[in-house]
Design a protein around this ligand. Sequence first.
Ligand SMILES: [Zn+2]
Length: 387
Amino acid sequence: MKCNICKYPLEAAIFYSQENISITSLCEVYPQKTEVFFCKNCGHSQTTPLSDIDKYYDLSYKILIETEEEDQLYQTIDGHKKYRIDHQVETLLTKVNLPKNAQILDYGCAKSSIFKKLVKIRTDLTPHLFDVSEMYIPFWDKFVHSNNWATYTVKPEWDEYFDLVTSFFALEHVTKPEEMLTTIERLLKPGGVFYGIVPNTYTNIADFIVIDHVNHFSQNSLEVLLKNTGFEAIHIDPESHNGAFIVTAKKRSINKSSSVVSQPSQYAISDLEREVTSIAEYWYNITTKIRYFEAEHSSCKFAAIYGSGFYGTFIATCLENLERVECFIDLSPYRQGKYLLEKPILSPQELNKSTELVYVGLNPQGSSRSIAEIDNWHEYTHEYFYL
Ligand SMILES: [Zn+2]
């Protein structure tokens, strides 16, 4: 296998899952081993793609398609909930100076809830949408003219048409990111801006083992990708969105072919390799740790899993005896009342007082603080397991 970014041949996998099952970004169990490789040339990490990847995105990948309003919780500060869409719109407007009446395209947009919200704030903008599936059209139809969207292939009249092309959490899914960025570059006006968000596996380590996240970018590999596809003024921001990199870059206006791609220093690459190796070891060992804790507490009758997202699902798939888990607990009202692995998803206030164990299925960074902020749990005596 070759690196998706720099085409350098990849050595042996640095991670493979213990079981022949993996978890998708939509928290579904998928019957394939996860294998992750690291590129020693550009510092990119990549996962073996799903065996039926095109069909998967066309027909099966239904992100938040259940209702119009459904959204994911971004963070909770002092009990105040902030949702991902709001945060992403705010950040985009802060970071990009959009000209009046700009033509904008969301590439790989799914429902494009972000553009829907954005054009309510900036009514002068004309939104355009593109995805490799037709299942989102009923959502697009509510706020975009049908001439301004395309599925499977982009429209020929879109060449050099856009002031801004965005990509929110799409590049990590594609096996040919260079092809996608080359198309985006072609669709931008000279000097037009690309704005993208991808997971940062170094601060959100769940990304590392999500089976449909083919690409795990580093700042280095993102920079190589953008330089190779005709961008300049590349800025990669690891701060403004938790667990993600925000990329802004301009379409290069002149001397396209003369640009020389600078290679990251070997010092930086070996640092990255050390970090991804330790993430790989963490995931390899955590299954054993979960099962050890479970065995140690085998006399407990009632357990719950806090978090019904990726980490919570991961814990559930590791447990030997899932019957003892009565429920998942989740702060998000969009998750409450639903079911995951046939267990109800409840609010923290609904947790049964007889629950003895709580497996905390949250990003290990900051998970103990999230638990400490739950009001009525201080008086409970249950024991916690932290990832
Ligand atoms: Zn590479």
